[in-house]
Design a protein around this ligand. Structure first.
Ligand SMILES: *[C@@H]1O[C@H](CO)[C@@H](O)[C@H](O)[C@H]1NC(C)=O
Ligand SMILES: *[C@@H]1O[C@H](CO)[C@@H](O)[C@H](O)[C@H]1NC(C)=O
Ligand SMILES: *[C@@H]1O[C@H](CO)[C@@H](O)[C@H](O)[C@H]1NC(C)=O
Length: 177
């Protein structure tokens, strides 16, 4: 009798444990997914990203969808968001995310090479994730070690081969698996 009840307790305990573990696992998975922006782009109007450097940036065009790096369209008649040498384009995210990918579409309707530095920032600590004196104008895919991010900063170190600006027409950030 004693043995049987012991066994029953043991079995219940094991069931309880495995049940708890799997729900813990699911909860952790869900939490991770939220932290990683559900593996989708976290830079957009809908996701409440902010261009906190907007006072020192220029926008080519006007209205909600023109000349802003958060719009969905990439090309148009416009050159996007731009800033002059020694200034930065700073994108603030709505929350802290764990990310590993940033894509920047540089204005490229003309052969251009950009001299720029890109930083990720978390709790005011910046890390360089891209640094080139002649980044060929196109979509630049920056893969960086997965880390917490609440800001991106694109610093215009020395303009580009055609002008003194850094022009970004669109930016996207993800956690890529
Ligand atoms: C951003 O907004 C889009 C459109 O509403 C949505 O599909 C996407 O899931 C959002 N991404 C995040 C990380 O919240
Ligand atoms: C935007 O850029 C285009 C192409 O360079 C130019 O023709 C247009 O005048 C610019 N618009 C503004 C508002 O600066
Ligand atoms: C950018 O900053 C550097 C270092 O402070 C300075 O030497 C340079 O003149 C500045 N360039 C412009 C265009 O302001």
């Amino acid at each position: 009798m004693y043995k049987i009840s012991c066994l029953l307790i043991l079995i219940t305990l094991q069931q309880f444990q495995s049940c708890c573990l799997s729900s813990c696992y699911l909860r952790e998975k869900k939490f991770k997914s939220i932290l990683r922006g559900n593996y989708k782009n976290v830079i957009s109007y809908e996701n409440d990203s902010l261009l906190i450097s907007r006072k020192q940036n220029n926008f080519n065009g006007s209205g909600r969808l023109i000349g802003m790096l958060f719009r969905n369209q990439i090309y148009g008649e416009v050159k996007g968001t731009h800033c002059q040498i020694n200034y930065s384009i700073i994108i603030q995210l709505k929350q802290n995310y764990e990310l590993n990918t940033l894509i920047l579409w540089l204005w490229d309707q003309q052969t251009r090479y950009y001299n720029l530095v890109v930083y990720v920032s978390y709790q005011e600590q910046e890390t360089v994730i891209f640094d080139q004196v002649a980044a060929f104008a196109k979509a630049i895919y920056i893969n960086f070690p997965a880390q917490f991010v609440n800001k991106f900063r694109v610093y215009n170190r020395n303009g580009n081969s055609a002008s003194s600006a850094t022009n970004i027409i669109k930016a996207e950030a993800y956690y890529k698996v």
